[in-house]
Design a protein around this ligand. Structure first.
Ligand code: DGL
Length: 256
């Protein structure tokens, strides 16, 4: 069994299939400015959402093992990685905070009345038993539509988050909806980067994503395990990727 990391000065790792988790990184940095944050985007293998469960699990476990060799905690800044590999990782690293994400359907239903909610996520997230259970619980209080949107991930990875190509893709995707929903859950960390385009196509609907909630949960877990960086520590950010061509995109999205 791996050694527990009890060093408060060790970094916190964040993992995504590519650039999507940068939005989570930003929220974590705002909330925990004294921490050393090590971001890894597996751009070489993005998108995860269209791969088989076994393949995604293998990629996530491989990257997580490498990151947890030095990190005190891991944020799965990716709904897909969480849906597919969080349970295995928690079993493998029972003493380490492993923070995952799920489509923010519960928050969408707890804030105001939203009789119809559209969940956008990857096919892999929507196909997991975990999402079926969440959906079933929430369908007691709302009609839940779910759509996979692989084109958003691809366009964000190509640096086209706010572009005519994104508008065209979204217009086609939403043409299948019977009416406009009352709220939209962005259940993939790439999707908030397409929010301008989403608003142009869907109008000014309430959008929900899990970035802030994930940062708060991370802080809570670190505090509970006495793993928060010391008050005089200087925070830092390190961006890593399996495809160095993605670094300029990571930086641009971080600075946005
Ligand atoms: N950003 C990821 C998520 O939150 C997945 C995107 C992908 O690689 O398909 O689900």
């Amino acid at each position: 069994m791996p050694e527990p990391v009890t060093n408060k000065n060790a970094p916190i790792a964040l993992l995504d299939s590519g650039a999507g988790g940068i939005g989570v990184l930003r929220e974590v940095q705002k909330l925990l400015p004294r921490e050393q944050l090590l971001y890894f985007g597996d751009s070489l293998h993005a998108p995860y959402g269209e791969k088989s469960t076994a393949e995604i699990r293998r990629l996530v476990l491989t990257a997580a093992d490498r990151l947890l060799a030095r990190a005190k905690a891991l944020v799965l800044a990716c709904n897909t990685a969480t849906a597919v590999a969080a349970e295995q990782l928690r079993r493998r690293y029972p003493d380490r905070p492993i923070i995952g994400m799920e489509p923010a359907l519960r928050p969408a239903l707890s804030v105001g009345a939203h009789p119809t909610v559209l969940v956008l996520a990857t096919a892999a997230t929507l196909g997991q038993e975990k999402f079926a259970r969440l959906r079933q619980k929430c369908e007691k209080s709302a009609t839940v539509w779910a759509l996979s949107a692989p084109g958003i991930v691809r366009l964000v990875e190509q640096g086209l988050a706010d572009s005519p190509q994104m508008d065209a893709y979204l217009s086609t995707l939403f043409a299948t909806l019977p009416t406009l929903p009352d709220a939209v859950v962005l259940g993939c960390t790439h999707f908030p980067f397409a929010q301008k385009s989403l608003r142009r196509v869907l109008g000014d609907l309430p959008f929900f994503d899990g970035a802030v909630g994930t940062a708060k949960e991370l802080r809570r877990r670190l505090a509970a395990q006495h793993l928060l960086a010391p008050k005089d520590a200087a925070g830092s950010i390190m961006l890593r990727t399996s495809d160095p061509r993605s670094l300029p995109l990571f930086l641009r999205l971080y600075q946005q």
